[in-house]
Design a protein. Structure first.
Length: 180
């Protein structure tokens, strides 16, 4: 093959460079290049531009939606944080109110207990005083009777005047009380 090429070249006379094409190849190649360029320019480029514009608009729309979703998420987070702070404040107020109510209940219970204890103590004192008075009256009558009986045994006579005997006993007991 190389031999045939060299033979052809030698027969023509002037050696040609195999890298340089013939003039008709250049014309036909240029013509087809222009046809392809016009088809690409008029048909493919507008379609490609439209597709890229659609993709760009879709991407920008998605970015806008993402920004809006981000803003909504931030607003929801702020609202949640605000509600959480309000709930914590309210819980603190409820705890404080419960503590105050507990203190009031304890104070009222103490006051009630002190009042009840005072009432019970007063009732006990009055009952003791009543029993003391009853015992005093009972003792006075028994001591008077015993004193009259003993005096009658010492004197040898029966003291029959009850009013006089009672007056003597009362005077004797009054003298004893003064001596205390």
């Amino acid at each position: 093959m190389l031999n045939a090429l060299v033979t052809n070249l030698a027969a023509e006379g002037e050696p040609k460079n195999p890298l340089i094409p013939e003039w008709y190849d250049i014309i036909w190649s240029g013509l087809w290049f222009l046809v392809i360029l016009v088809v690409v320019w008029k048909v493919a480029l507008p379609r490609l531009t439209a597709i890229l514009d659609e993709r760009s608009a879709a991407i920008e729309g998605n970015i806008a939606k993402a920004d809006e979703a981000q803003k909504q998420a931030e607003a929801a987070l702020e609202e949640y944080t605000r509600q959480l702070a309000e709930a914590r404040t309210e819980a603190g107020e409820i705890r404080e109110a419960a503590r105050e109510d507990g203190k009031k209940i304890v104070t009222e219970a103490k006051e009630t207990a002190v009042t009840e204890a005072g009432r019970i103590t007063a009732a006990a004192h009055s009952q003791i005083e009543a029993e003391r008075q009853a015992a005093f009256v009972s003792l006075r009558s028994e001591v008077g009777t015993l004193a009259i009986d003993l005096a009658g045994n010492v004197v040898g006579e029966t003291l029959s005047d009850d009013a006089r005997a009672a007056a003597v006993v009362d005077r004797f007991l009054a003298d004893l009380e003064k001596a205390k």
